[in-house]
Design a binder for this molecule. Structure first.
Ligand code: ADP
Ligand code: MG
Length: 736
C-alpha cells in the first residue's frame, strides 16, 4: 500500500509540488520514504531513507513527544491526527508554525500499519496573531489588575464576573468571595429601593455608556464609599449583549473635601450674616441680644444656651447680664419650634425674637444673674478665660491643661449654677480692655461641641467683640457730638450777644445823647402842663388839654427810659414799694388810651397795699410795658369782638409777691413765644422790640421771675414774682 502511495505522491508532486504544504511519507521503520518539493526547498538537509524519529527532524517534535511520527506510528489509530508544531525552516532559520495532519497508512488488510502520511500546513501567521492576542490579553489582565480603580464585569443578569485587585481593595471582597454574586450587594439599601440599578440600565440602553456617574457604594465592612462610576455595555461582534464593564473610582477623599468646603462656606456665610446683623445697630443692648441669638439660633451656631457675663468696671467684677435658651426640654421645644420650625431667616429671627419668645427664657436669665466674680480673682476660671483671651472648652468639669481653677459662684460652683459639666467659655474683648465672657452649652441635646463649633464660635466672638467696641465708640462719639453741638450753640449765642452788644453800643451812644437832649425839654413841658392843670381849675377845656399833654409826656418819658435802659442795664435802688399804687399809676397813665380802645381795665388785689422790695421807677416801667403790650394786643381784635379786657391781679404767693397781667387779645403763637423777650424782637410795624426785654432785665435785677402763657384759644397772661417787703409801720405811702 505504502509503495503505491509513494508512486502516486511522486506523480502528484510533479503537479502540485510547489503548493505551500509540507508533505512526507514515513514507513513502518520510521524512515522517510518521500517528501515533496516544497519541503525539499525549505529543508535542504532532509533525505529519503533518513530516520524520521525525534531528534533528527528537529521540526517534527521532541523525543518523547506524542506528535512524533514514531509515536503516531506506534499508536496507530484510524483517525486523522492533528498536531501543531513550531520549528525553524529555510536558510535563515525562520520560525514557523506548522499544523500537521497525520494520515495513518494501512496495508490492504486495513489493520497492519505501513506508515504515516504527514501533511503540514503553514499556520505561522495565525499562530503569531493568536500569540499576540494571548499576550495582549495577559497585558490587559495585568493592567486591569494593577489599576487603582475598581474594574468589574457584570453579566447580563448583573452578576459579577470580573473583579480586579482595585475592586478588591475598594470594596474589601476577594475575587473568590464575590464572583457570581449580584452587584446589588455593593449598592446601599436606599439607592436600591430608589431603583438606581434600573435607571443605570435605561441610560446604558439609550447611550451605550454612562460616564462619571457619582453615587455611593457599600464596603464589605458596611461603611459607605463615595464613587464615580463609568459603565460600558459590552457586545460581541454579532451585537449580542455580553454584559457591562464598570470602572469605579473612589472619590471619598474628594467628597470629604467638598463637604468640608461646603461646610466652611456655609459657616462663613452664616458668620457673615451674623456680622451684618451685629453691625447693623449701634445700640449696645441690641448687640448683646443679637450675639446671644446668633449663638443659639438654628440658623446661627446652634448652641442650646448662651450666657453673657460682662465686665462691670465700676464694681470691678464680672456680672452675668443676659441669657438665651430654654430651662428644660419642654421649653426647648417651644423656643426651637418658634425659631426653627417657622423656617425663619436669621435676620427675621433677630427681629421677631422678643415678640415670639415672650419670657420663655426667663429661667436662664435667672441663672445668669447669679454669676458674679470680682476681677481680682485671677485663679477663677472665668477671670482666667477673660484675662488670657483664650477660648476654653470645659469637659466633664475638667479644664484643658488640667490645672485646677476656682469655679465658685456664690455658694455654688459654676457647674451647679449652670446645671451642666460641659460648656465653652469665649472671651470678648476690645483692643484695650476685656469686655466679658460668653458661656455656651448644649445642655438639652447633649450634642458634642465639635472642633468646628469652637472655630465658628471663636470667629463669631471676634466679630461680636468688634461690634461691642464699635457700639461703645459710637456711643462716645455721640456724646462728643452732643458736647460739640452744645458748644456750637453756646458760640452762636455768644456771637448773637456780641452782635447785639455792638448794635446796642451804637444805639446806647445815640440814645444817651437823644434822651439827654429830649429829656430836659420834656420835663419842662410836663412841669408846665401840671402847673396849668392846677392853676386853671375853672376852664375844663384847658384843664383837659393840660392833662393830655402831661400824659403824653409821661408816655414819651417811658419810651425814653426803655431806650436808656437797653443801653445801660438798670441798677435798682431798692426800697419798700406798694405795688398796688404802681399799678394804679400805670392805669391812670393809660386810662385815656384804654378808653379810646373801648377796653376795660380791672385791678384786683387781696389787700390795699402789697409791699415789694424793689425800685419803684423800674417796677413802674415793667408794669407799664406789660399793660401797654396788652392794650396793643387788644387792638388786633376784630371790630365785632371788641370787648377787650385787661386784668391785673396782685397778691401774696408764699413769701413772694405775685402779679398777673392778663388780656383777652389774640394771644401769642407758639414759635413767637420763644422770642418775645429777645431785644429788638417785634411783630409790630412801629414797635421797638425793647419792651419785654427791659421787663426781663428789671425782673432779673430784682431777683424776680417772669413767665408767660398763651393758650391756643387766645389771650395772654404774664405772671411775675418779686421779693416781698415787710409792711413799713410809720410812713406808709411816702414813696409814691
Ligand atoms: P414791641 O411791643 O415793641 O413789639 P415788646 O418787647 O414789648 O416789643 O414785645 C415783643 C412782641 O411780643 C410784640 O411785638 C408782640 O408780638 C408780642 N407780645 C407781647 N405782649 C403781647 C400780648 N399781651 N399779646 C400778644 N402779643 C404780645
Ligand atoms: Mg411793647
Amino acid at each position: 500500500m505504502i509503495d503505491e502511495l509513494n508512486d502516486i505522491l511522486r506523480l502528484l508532486d510533479r503537479i502540485v509540488g510547489q503548493y505551500p504544504m509540507y508533505f512526507y511519507l514515513v514507513d513502518a521503520d520510521n524512515k522517510i520514504r518521500w517528501f515533496n518539493r516544497f519541503m525539499a526547498d525549505r529543508l535542504p538537509e532532509i533525505a529519503v531513507g533518513q530516520e524520521a524519529g525525534c531528534g533528527q527532524m528537529q521540526w517534527v517534535c521532541a523525543p518523547d513527544c506524542s506528535d512524533c511520527p514514531v509515536q503516531v506510528f506506534q499508536t496507530p489509530a484510524h483517525e486523522v491526527q492533528k498536531t501543531l508544531v513550531k520549528t525553524l525552516v529555510g536558510e535563515g532559520g525562520e520560525e514557523v508554525f506548522l499544523e500537521f495532519f497525520n494520515f495513518p497508512v494501512y496495508a490492504s488488510d486495513g489493520v497492519t500499519s505501513e506508515g504515516v502520511l504527514r501533511v503540514g500546513i503553514d499556520v505561522t501567521e495565525n499562530e503569531k496573531l493568536r500569540e499576540t492576542l494571548r499576550e495582549r490579553q495577559k497585558l490587559y489582565a495585568t493592567i486591569i489588575n494593577i489599576s487603582e480603580d475598581a474594574i468589574i464585569f457584570l453579566d447580563p443578569e448583573d452578576r459579577i464576573q470580573g473583579w480586579n485587585k482595585g475592586a478588591e481593595k475598594l470594596f474589601g471582597y476577594s475575587e473568590e468571595e464575590i464572583l457570581g454574586r449580584d452587584v446589588a450587594i455593593l449598592v446601599p439599601n436606599e439607592l436600591r429601593e430608589m431603583g438606581e440599578r434600573g435607571n443605570i440600565k435605561k441610560e446604558l440602553e439609550k447611550d451605550g455608556a454612562l460616564q462619571n456617574f457619582e453615587t455611593q457604594r457599600i464596603h464589605r465592612d458596611g461603611h459607605r464609599i463615595h464613587v464615580d462610576i463609568s459603565i460600558t455595555r459590552v457586545m460581541d461582534e454579532n451585537r449580542n449583549y455580553l454584559g457591562s464593564s464598570e470602572i469605579i473610582k473612589d472619590i471619598s477623599p474628594r467628597k470629604a473635601l467638598e463637604m468640608e468646603l461646603l461646610r466652611t462656606i456655609r459657616e462663613l456665610s452664616k458668620l457673615n450674616e451674623l456680622n451684618d446683623i451685629l453691625h447693623g445697630t449701634h445700640h449696645l443692648d441690641e448687640i448683646l441680644k443679637y450675639i446671644l441669638i446668633g449663638i443659639t439660633a438654628g440658623e446661627g451656631l446652634r448652641f442650646n444656651r448662651a450666657f453673657l457675663v460682662l465686665v462691670d468696671q465700676e464694681t470691678a467684677c464680672l456680672q452675668g447680664s443676659l441669657a438665651i435658651g430654654p430651662s428644660n426640654p419642654n421649653e426647648a421645644s417651644q423656643i426651637w419650634d418658634v425659631l426653627n420650625a417657622q423656617n425663619k431667616h436669621l435676620r427675621d429671627i433677630v427681629k421677631s425674637y422678643a415678640i415670639d419668645l415672650e419670657g420663655v427664657d426667663r429661667g436662664v436669665n435667672e441663672i445668669v444673674r447669679k454669676i458674679y466674680v470680682p476681677l481680682h480673682r485671677t485663679d477663677h476660671v472665668l477671670i482666667e478665660a477673660l484675662n488670657n483671651r483664650r477660648l476654653l472648652k470645659v469637659e466633664n468639669r475638667a479644664f484643658p491643661g488640667s490645672e485646677s481653677r476656682q469655679t465658685d459662684v456664690g455658694d455654688q460652683t459654676l457647674f451647679e449654677v449652670l446645671g451642666n459639666d460641659n460648656f465653652v467659655l469665649v472671651p470678648l474683648y476690645s483692643k484695650t480692655e476685656p469686655l466679658g465672657i460668653i458661656i455656651a452649652d448644649n445642655v438639652i441635646t447633649h450634642r458634642e461641641i465639635t472642633r468646628e463649633d469652637l472655630e465658628s464660635l471663636k470667629l463669631f466672638a471676634t466679630q461680636a467683640s468688634t461690634a461691642i467696641e464699635n457700639a461703645r465708640l459710637y456711643h462716645d462719639l455721640e456724646m462728643r457730638i452732643v458736647d460739640l453741638q452744645s458748644a456750637y450753640r453756646q458760640l452762636a449765642q455768644n456771637q448773637e450777644k456780641l452782635l447785639q452788644a455792638e448794635r446796642l453800643a451804637g444805639i446806647g451812644e445815640m440814645s444817651a445823647k437823644v434822651a439827654h437832649e429830649i429829656r430836659n425839654p420834656l420835663v419842662s413841658i410836663g412841669g408846665f402842663a401840671r402847673i396849668i392843670e392846677r392853676k386853671v381849675p375853672d376852664d375844663p377845656q384847658i384843664k383837659k388839654f393840660a392833662r393830655i399833654i402831661r400824659e403824653q409826656v409821661e408816655g414819651l418819658e417811658s419810651i425814653l427810659n426803655n431806650i436808656l435802659n437797653a443801653a445801660n442795664p438798670p441798677k435798682p435802688q431798692l426800697q419798700t414799694v406798694n405795688i398796688n399804687s404802681v399799678v394804679k399809676r400805670v392805669s391812670n397813665l393809660l386810662a385815656d388810651a384804654i378808653e379810646r380802645r373801648q377796653a376795660t381795665f380791672s385791678h384786683e388785689s387781696e389787700s390795699e397795699a402789697i409791699w415789694v422790695w424793689g425800685d419803684e421807677r423800674l417796677l413802674f416801667q415793667a408794669i407799664f410795658n406789660l399793660v401797654k403790650n396788652a392794650l396793643e394786643a387788644l387792638e388786633a381784635l376784630e371790630e365785632r369782638e371788641k370787648n377787650g379786657l385787661i386784668t391785673v391781679i396782685t397778691r401774696m404767693d408764699g413769701d413772694r409777691v405775685r402779679i398777673d397781667i392778663t388780656d383777652n387779645g389774640p394771644g401769642i403763637a407758639q414759635p413767637i413765644l420763644k422770642k418775645i423777650f429777645n431785644k429788638f424782637f417785634t411783630t409790630k410795624s412801629s414797635g421797638t422790640g425793647l419792651g419785654l426785654s427791659i421787663v426781663h432785665q428789671i425782673v432779673d435785677a430784682h431777683e424776680g421771675t417772669i413767665g408767660v402763657e398763651s393758650p391756643e384759644e387766645g389771650g395772654t397772661r404774664f405772671c411775675l414774682h418779686f421779693p416781698s417787703a415787710p409792711q413799713p409801720d410809720s410812713n406808709p405811702d411816702t414813696v409814691v
